[in-house]
Every structure is written in structure tokens, then in C-alpha cells.
Design a protein around this ligand. Sequence first.
Ligand SMILES: *Cc1c(COP(=O)(O)O)cnc(C)c1O
Length: 429
Amino acid sequence: MTLTEPATARSTETTGTTGLHEALLHEHSAHNYHPLPVVVAEAEGAWVTDVEGRRYLDCLAGYSALNFGHRHPVLVAAAHRQLDRVTLTSRAFGSDQLGPWCAELSALLGKQMVLPMNTGAEAVESGVKVARKWGYEVKGVPADQARIVVASGGFHGRTTTIVGFSTDPDARGGFGPFTPGFDVVPYGDAAAIRAAITPETVAVLIEPIQGEAGVIVPEAGYLPAVREVCDAAGVLFVADEVQAGLGRTGHLLATRAAGVDADVYLLGKALGGGIMPLSAVVADADVLGVLQPGQHGSTFGGNPLACAVGRAVIELLADDGPDGVLARARTLGPVLHERLAGLVGKGVTGSRGVGLWAGIDVDPRLGTGRAVSEALMRRGVLVKDTHGSTIRLSPPLVITEAELHGAVDALEAALADLAGLAGLAGLAG
Ligand SMILES: *Cc1c(COP(=O)(O)O)cnc(C)c1O
């Protein structure tokens, strides 16, 4: 695979069809994103093709929504079959996909019940509601006093309640007043959680690995310590696995990979196979059983089309054999991290991660994460910056080893491009 070779001819200008699409977005789309100048027309597996026929290796994979790659044939076939049968019933009626999907997802995670929603933020909101109701009805917390401990640097979505407990000024600025009842403690510090817990605390809500923060992997003892703190205080451990779960780390759940079982799992992104928005709260009946008819819902949550795709996703995830996606992330993960470690001193100041998931800190003298993303785009690889000069690499789990090497080769070349531009010849390696 020769990623860097054809890419050197790539134009840096956004002219022609790309420029036209950018102009439409600029005029008529809210400016809540600053996308790279790539306008995708088609995609397959780990690759996308833009409106001008240029091919790129997609190393963002829809922030892990595309863990199985673009248009995985098994998932597309499931979607096509269901499109020809029934797509939406609302929860006012049943469908022949919802019950089986709930049962299969429960079995996959070893929990008793599933609450179907659509987006990750909805799963988090639903988890917050369920934890509070559990607190009042099971734990006996006085009405409207429930508190939830969360971690700084976390990312859980964009709704008003969720951004209210975000520590990112961009995420929360201008959107108050916020929902009360959240206590923010430093991530990675179980003692800080213990200190923040009061008799009114109903849950600890954290990511087992912080994704948007730059793929922050906590120390090995953190998640087990959080479990102990939750058990001692009688509060729910709610794991937001929307990005970390479903194969990204080489495991079904990042929490379980650390030897810990959460009380409540929040899933999204890859759960819908990159085809349908599909999210879920998964827990045992003593927790999810607090919801009674009329107390929570969603018009699209658990629709037959999403569930049909979701059932095919579960089948892919259930295959933990040597040819499955989980095994691929476990095998290729070390290859990726070893290659990235080799770039330290060549424009990279540090890298971390697990499975096919990496946060890469670029020497700020070479440019911002955005500048690195643009340089990498010109080399034929798509990524997204997180904060400052950090970029995140999360290729589809179906990526081949040769493609993965191609992506890191392109990163090395892009860093050399930037070093050349910055006059830092020594860094170009
Ligand atoms: C992306 C993400 C969410 C929000 O998901 P949306 O589908 O964008 O609402 C929640 N939690 C985590 C950890 C995420 O990465």
C-alpha cells in the first residue's frame, strides 16, 4: 500500500467541487463544526473517496461509530433486508426486532435489561434519570436531592444537562443555567471520588478511558478502586462506554478489560454499525426496573431498522475468535503503539492508548492539532485533533496491518512536512 506516493500530488487548495460544498455549508449550515476540507462522496471499509475522486484512509472512523468500517457487508445486508420489511413502529406497538435485540444485547453484556435510545447523549441523559430514580426509590435519597459524581475532562455529549457538568469552556460557555446535582472531581483519582460522595450521591459516572480528552488511559488500579468506592458507599458505577466500548480497545468493554463490572453501561456510536443512530442503557433489573410506562421514552428509540442493524453488530462483536474484530484490535493495537513510540522525538512528544485507539501529542512548534490534521489529509489520511496539539487515531477495526503502517508512514511524512515548513530540519528525522 503506497499512501504517501500518490498523496504527494494532492492539492492543498479547496477549489472546484469541494469549494462549492464548503460554500453551501458556510452559508446554510450552523457553524458548530470546523471540518477538514474533504467532501466525502463514497466510502468502503477503511477508505473514503471525496467528490473529486481522491481516496483517503479514514483514521477517525466516525469517532468510533464506524468500528466495523464503512458499509460493512454484513451490516448493509441486514439494513437492506429490514428496509424491505418495516422501519418504524414507535414504541406504541411492538416490532419483531426490538425484543430479540434487547435479549441479544443483554446476553452479550451479561446484564438483564436494555433501554433503547438513539444517540450517545440520550443514553447518558437516560442513565442520569435512571440513576436518580434508583436513588430515590431503592437507596432512599430524599426527593430532588440526588447527586452524581463525574470526572473533569470527561465528554458525555452535548445536551444542556450534560454540558452543565463538562469542564470544557467551549462546551458549556453561553449555555447556562445548568442542571444542579453534579460534583466534578479529577479524572484518575479514586480517592477524590470517595471524598466527593455524600449520603445523597446516587452514582459515579465516568468514561473508563477518556476519548475526547485525548485518549486518556487511567492507571491500572483506577477502575477497580472506583468499583470499591461505589460498593462501599452504595452508589451505582455508571460506565460511559459510548466511545471506549464495542471493540475499540480490543475488548467488548474497556471496564471489563480492567477486571471491573459496572452497574450501568452506556453504549452508542458503534452500536448502530455506522448505519443507524442506536444507543442503550444496559443494567440489571434492580436498576432499570425503576422505569414504568410513561416515565421515559423516545419516538425512534429501538426502531426496527436500527435494531436489525444492531443485531448484526452484536453478531460481529460476539465473534471473539482469531478472525473477529476484537481480535484484530488486540493484534494491531501493539503494532500501532510501537510505531507511534518510534515517532517520539520526530515531531511527536508522546503517545498513549490501547487497542486501535491512540492519542498523539505533537510538538507544538510544528503546529496545532488542526495543522497536523490538515498536513495528514494532504498525505491521504483523515484524523481529528482533540485539544491543543493532540490528535486522535481511531481507524476502523477492519483496517489491515499494511494500511495501518501506511497511516503511520503518512503521519511521519506529514510531521516532516510541517518540520520543513517550520524550519525545524532536525525534527524531520
Ligand atoms: C460521543 C460520545 C457521547 C455522545 O454521543 P452522541 O451520539 O454524539 O450524542 C457520549 N459519551 C462519550 C464517551 C462519547 O464519546
